[in-house]
Ligand binder design. Sequence first.
Ligand SMILES: [Zn+2]
Ligand SMILES: [Zn+2]
Length: 334
Amino acid sequence: MKAGFYLGNHTYAVQEIPDRGPESDEVKIRVAWCGVCGTDVHKFQGKNGASIVIPPIILGHECSGTVVEVGPECRHFKPGDRVACDPSYGCGKCEWCQKGFPNFCETRHGVAKGFADYVFPPEQNVYHIADSLDLEAAALAEPLSCAIHGLDLLHMQSGTTVVLYGMGAVGSLMLQIVMLRGPAEVIVIEREPAKRKLALELGATSAVCDSEIEAISKKKNFDYVIECIGLHSTMEQAIHVAGKNAKILLFGLGDPEKPISFNQFEAYTKELSIYTSYLNPHTTGRAIRLLESGQINTRRIISAELSLEEVGAELKTLENVRKGKVMVRLSGEH
Ligand SMILES: [Zn+2]
Ligand SMILES: [Zn+2]
């Protein structure tokens, strides 16, 4: 079977690795599609993703596909089932898993390296999807589940004013779930004109540049500010423009070497709450139900469909990553 590796030193290569059957409760899945995540780009650039990276590693973790074989202890799946994966494994036994936080599991590891013909996650990480759900759309269950977890933390009230930074792939998903919560107004901040247009299409009230938001913040109280870019300047600005009693979610993955700063006195006088969110505990099932409901526009945010080989050049140029979600075609089934 083929797999797409990050070899270290900004090098990507597709290599042949031995195929195998599923063991214990593993589910062998023929991967149909796998999304390219910002964390894959971070890994390729030599930074860490959601965890420490030691190459060589197979990239990709946002995958869907069809079950081809199951291990002897697998109970809930059979060949032919259409599925999506939660790539993040929690052991279920350590202190953090027992407390209900599998994202902090002491032995947490990736179990669905999706830039490959097959993945072998344990069945606890595999989810059935409805026949009506396209397999390519189902591969977005993982980024959507992360966005859902972030938004859950805010306990967003309806009838409020929301500012959302960034209309990249995850920002576009975040905007759509924000819209489902009944905000009174959503202002998207985005420098790319084409993405500002997309924001309006997906329901935002207005879309402006970051240079314009400070003036608007003087006239309006922003109740929620959600940062989905991870740039130093936009993360700092997100905290600065937040209104009184506001909740801020720093969702974009920042540079671990460059911590941000903010005026704690200003934050004090506004009684700000600053949230971060890490991975997707207990949200994969809900992400899949939401995709099945047809309320999330996935077509509009996919910018390219590439082969396992083509994605190497893409990781260097980020031509399509900048426009939206890049999907890697494995079996290409729908
Ligand atoms: Zn991801
Ligand atoms: Zn654990």
